[in-house]
Ligand binder design. Structure first.
Ligand code: ADP
Length: 766
């Protein structure tokens, strides 16, 4: 729902809800009070109706009380003078024409004379009313149902006739009612001794008698009155739809039931198809039995009309209110939503990317919408600035991305990023163009191809797969060097690094990066360097060794010369021969050692007794230091186990370190070669108290070709090659040195005693 509609709806709700509520309340109150008024009027009318109902009875009673006191009446009763009494009754009738029954009875309730017939000697009881009056010596008024026979005797049967109606369709079904409801007054006549000698009975039949309703209508215009005998109306001024009095029509059973309880009925009911607000009182006979009812009513239409008039007035007021409220609400809504709509249009423009928008709301505006507009302007300005920044950032990012991509693509390595199911996610150009073991060709889409299937076949793949899965599980980086036979039959050495990429802080890797390079050539070069460095060491050793070889050779030559030129005794000859043999053995020994060292070997790990190896190397230097004041001492740890190393390469490192130490000492000093355990490391320490290394050179001594020695004295490759060898053994080399005090080199090698428990890093080397 649009905000404008919401506002209008809210306004209307706020204004109309109370109005409608008020209207309802007013209507309810008015109709309530009207109902009360109507009920009160009815009660009042009912009282008046009862007064009218009994008016004639009282008149009859009054007249007969006077008559009963007349002496001639008493006498006529005592004498049973029928003629006189009838004559008298006719005279009375002339004054009270409404009286329908007129009888004089004796003290036994036997008729003496009747107005309407010549009969006598008939017992008259009228439901015991006559006997009661005689017995109580008092005048009584009562309404009684008089049967047809009696009515006929009294000559008023015709007067009592009332047409009744069918209860179902309302049509007249029976032409007459055979009973009559009569208001009776029985007045006793007493003699001089106060004894009852008879009684005068007067009666006014109510059937078809309009006097009560008419009299009430006269005194209270518009009042409706009905007198019912049982459930049939016998006297009324109520009209039906055809303008006929509703005499003979029934009153509803529900109302009748209420009347039967003697409480009467107050409420709404329908009579002859019309609705009334009604009040019914029961009419009781002498026995206290309900024989009929007196009804007063107000047509409901009149009351409803009044009620509807009120509702109409209230509804009109509400409608006018609604109209005005709608107008006012629409105007206010328009005033509120106009700037919002304008702002919405601007916001839509902003959403399409146009950030050069201004709301144009004057800065002086003080309401919330002006605030909103200003905030909007600030927001758009900030958006613009942010967009500029983002654009610049994006450009930078793009550049960086391109740069990184080109770096990755220019790297001379095959790089693949692999997900856990070994599907390829990212690869670089080298991988698709120059990788010797990848099947992917240039420009091919390798995305989600299984990495292992992507590699050229061979045993090496299974080991690689194991390592990659291991990196996924452990999240620890690994390196491998593997000999791989390519499909064209060439064998290459592949160095691969496998790095984990983890989204969490540790544990399993989500991706791994596989980086591979063909190091076959490097290996060859490295092997060349190692061997040239070895040759250099041999050269340097050779100077001392040559001297050592020369000495015995000189001695041997001298012996030979003496053999040749001198006559020697046999004893002397044997002496010379022994001397020559010893000399030749020494030379042979030296040459063998040199040969041992100089031999080229394929790198291979073997269990090596390092201490034994050191013992074997030391003699090579004896000759170099013999003429100098240099002591070469050993301090080898006891009980150290053999470890898995490339014997010849470690030997080469030691020769190099000792040679450097000898050169650092000059003519005198001390060199100590020691071995020991340090945690998981097997340490070989070569220390000297020579010239030391200046601090500025300490960071350079492991650089290839760094040397402080003169031409022909040093290649500058010794320490560089040594470090390479040590790192491939997953070891480390440390140096501590002080100028003038000496230098300590410490080689630490991992203690690996078998291929099974081999240092993980060594596996690629094995
Ligand atoms: P080279 O011995 O051929 O010069 P190296 O790589 O073995 O090459 O050594 C590099 C340099 O390190 C040497 O030139 C020397 O300056 C220094 N150096 C090596 N060992 C020692 C040592 N024990 N005492 C002093 N300097 C040393």
């Amino acid at each position: 729902m649009k905000i404008g509609n919401k506002l209008i709806f809210s306004f209307l709700l706020v204004t109309l809800l109370p109005t409608i509520l008020l209207a309802f309340l007013t209507t309810a109150l008015i109709s309530g009070s009207k109902k009360e008024d109507a009920q009160e009027t009815l009660n009042h009318n009912l009282k008046a109706a009862w007064m009218q109902y009994y008016a004639r009875a009282y008149q009859m009673q009054y007249g007969m009380l006077q008559a009963s006191a007349e002496g001639f009446i008493k006498k006529a009763i005592a004498d049973r003078d029928k003629q006189l009494l009838r004559g008298q009754m006719k005279a009375w009738k002339r004054h009270r024409p409404y009286v329908d029954i007129w009888d004089v009875v004796d003290s036994n309730a036997m008729t003496i004379a009747s107005l309407n017939s010549d009969r006598s000697g008939v017992h008259l009881s009228f439901n015991g009313l006559v006997e009661k009056s005689i017995e109580k010596k008092a005048s009584f008024i009562s309404t009684e149902i008089v049967p047809y026979d009696v009515l006929r005797l009294e000559g008023i049967a015709e007067k009592a006739k009332v047409s009744t109606y069918d209860k179902k369709d309302g049509s007249a079904v029976k032409p007459e009612l055979i009973e009559g409801m009569v208001q009776l007054v029985v007045t006793p006549v007493l003699d001089g001794k106060n004894s009852v000698i008879g009684a005068i009975i007067t009666g006014d039949i109510i059937n078809n008698d309009p006097s009560v309703p008419d009299a009430l209508a006269d005194s209270i215009p518009g009042s409706l009155v009905t007198i019912a005998m049982g459930d049939t109306q016998i006297s009324t001024n109520v009209m039906d739809g055809n303008g006929k009095k509703t005499i003979g029509q029934s009153i509803p059973k529900s109302v009748l039931d209420e009347i039967g309880t003697k409480r009467g009925f107050r409420g709404e009911t329908s009579i002859a198809g019309r609705y009334y607000i009604a009040a019914f009182d029961p009419i009781l006979n002498n026995d206290g039995k309900v024989i009929g009812s007196l009804f007063v009513g107000i047509p409901r239409e009149g009351f409803l009309e009044l009620k509807y008039k009120n509702i109409k007035a209230v509804a009109t007021i509400a409608l006018v209110g609604l109209f005005i409220a709608t107008g006012v609400a629409s105007f206010i809504t328009y005033m509120i939503t106009r700037p919002i709509k304008a702002l919405t249009k601007k916001a839509q423009l902003v959403s399409t990317g146009n950030l050069n928008i201004r709301t144009g709301v004057p800065g002086a505006g003080k309401d919330e919408l002006a605030d909103l507009a200003r905030t909007f302007d600030i927001m758009v300005k900030n958006l613009r600035e942010n967009e500029d920044r983002i654009r610049v950032g994006q450009d930078k990012l793009r550049q960086q991305k391109n740069l990184i991509e080109s770096i990755i693509n220019s790297l001379p390595y095959c790089i693949y990023v692999i997900e856990r199911n070994l599907g390829i996610v990212v690869w670089n150009r080298h991988a698709s163009q120059a990788c010797p073991v990848c099947k992917c060709s240039a420009g091919e889409n390798c995305y989600s191809i299984n990495f292992m299937a992507h590699l050229s076949s061979g045993e090496w793949k299974y080991k690689l797969e194991k390592v990659i899965l291991g990196v996924f599980e452990t999240g620890e980086a690994r390196q491998l060097e593997q000999k791989v036979t390519l499909p064209d039959g060439r064998t290459v050495i592949l160095r691969t690094s496998i790095f984990p990429i983890r989204s969490g802080n540790g544990g399993q890797a989500d991706y791994v990066v596989w980086m591979a390079e063909d190091v076959t050539k490097d290996k060859e070069i490295e092997a060349g360097i190692i061997s040239s460095e070895k040759l250099a060491a041999i050269g340097q050793l050779a100077a001392g060794i040559a001297h050592e070889v020369n000495n015995p050779l000189g001695g041997i030559l001298n012996c030979l010369y003496n053999f040749k030129n001198k006559k020697l005794t046999d004893e002397r000859k044997y002496e010379y021969l022994d001397f020559m043999e010893e000399g030749i053995k020494r030379v042979q020994n030296i040459v063998r050692q040199l040969l041992d060292f100089s031999q080229q070997h394929e790198p291979e790990l073997t269990l090596t007794d390092i201490n034994g190896m050191i013992e074997g190397i030391i003699p090579l230097f004896i000759h170099s230091i013999k003429d100098k004041d240099i002591r070469l001492v050993r301090n080898l740890g006891q009980g150290l186990p053999s470890i898995l190393v490339d014997r010849h390469q470690i030997e080469q490192i030691l020769v190099n370190l000792i040679l450097n130490a000898v050169q650092a000492l000059g003519d005198e000093g001390l060199i100590e070669v020691s071995t020991r355990f340090e945690g998981k490391w097997y340490c070989i320490i070569v220390s000297d108290n020579g010239c030391g290394i200046p601090p500025e050179n300490l960071s350079k001594i492991f650089d290839p070709f760094f040397t402080t020695k003169g031409v022909g004295m040093g290649t500058g490759l010794g320490l560089s090659v040594s470090r390479g060898i040590i790192e491939r053994h997953r070891g480390k080399i440390d140096v501590e040195s002080k100028v003038g005090a000496g230098t300590v080199f410490k080689v630490s090698l991992p203690i690996v005693t078998s291929k099974e428990n081999s240092w993980q890093g060594l596996q690629g080397y094995l």
